[in-house]
Design a protein. Sequence first.
Length: 96
Amino acid sequence: MPAARLEPFFTKNGTYAYGVVPEIEDLFQRQANELDRKKREALLHQIQKIVADRVLVAPLYQQAFPWGVGSRVEESTAGLVQGFPYTGPFEDLKVK
């Protein structure tokens, strides 16, 4: 998942990118085409190091996804789908 968290902020097609560091763009494209998991991980670590060393981001807040689960719920659906920030799927919710 690190690539999915880096792409929006640090690549030329990133939704929130306001400029491009050519070195990061090159590393990102290389990791996207890399099939070896360890090599890909190493490339992503290089990107993260560049971001940290150059202080390319200043996190001001972290968006949270609060979940409300009451006492009538037998089994919460929070966290059932890995990476899905909301409760769900709702059809799997079990009520007491």
